[in-house]
Ligand binder design. Sequence first.
Ligand SMILES: C[S@@+](CC[C@H](N)C(=O)[O-])C[C@H]1O[C@@H](n2cnc3c(N)ncnc32)[C@H](O)[C@@H]1O
Length: 212
Amino acid sequence: MRRVSLRDVVDRLRRLRKGRRRSLERFYAGEHDPFGFDSNPYEAAKFDDLLGVIGAGPFEHALEVGCSIGSFTERLAPRCGELLATDISQVAVERAQRRLAEHPNVRVERRTMPGELPEGPFDLIVCSDVLYYLPARRLRRTLGLLAARLAPRGSIVSLHWLGDFGAAVSGDEVHDRQETAWRDLEHVARLRRDGAGPQGAGYRLDRYDRRP
Ligand SMILES: C[S@@+](CC[C@H](N)C(=O)[O-])C[C@H]1O[C@@H](n2cnc3c(N)ncnc32)[C@H](O)[C@@H]1O
């Protein structure tokens, strides 16, 4: 498997037109795994951190938004009764569907946030490296809708890289806005991995739970 360097990934991201669907479809059409999720040790370590904060479950109804080609979905699937994974890109969704064909508890659907967020309720919602594709107003709406779809005792786990790729909103801003938008939830885990990943920028990882 050819390994995409982290610097290449950031250069590619800069060329993406602010999370528009057409440019994401082109991005995926050019290469099977343009983000290097299956080849970069950084991504594997990121997924381990996510699983650590998510915990063993089991989760009855889980939602992963922005699932890409299903690399993390595959890791999460054994902890879930039912897992719905969604992405804006049809090309990415078809790859994830092929990858997860042997997992009868997983459904992968093409859906754009915030307009096509599924109804729920979900006892686990995972948003990893996805919310900074949304311009500020759509991000605010999305954060509200995600909380509204969380079941009693459910958890939202969110992770974002803190580097600069010309995103609509930075990773730091996403996590700062979460604190306000999800103030009615309990902030039960916060982790910051300084120095990790592209540009040595690190990432933030937070978990919020709904207390009944
Ligand atoms: C950087 S990838 C993250 C993949 C995976 N969550 C991870 O952390 O490994 C971001 C994904 O979000 C998707 N995406 C971007 N904007 C979206 C939106 N508005 N609704 C749904 N998916 C979106 C992209 O197509 C892309 O596959």
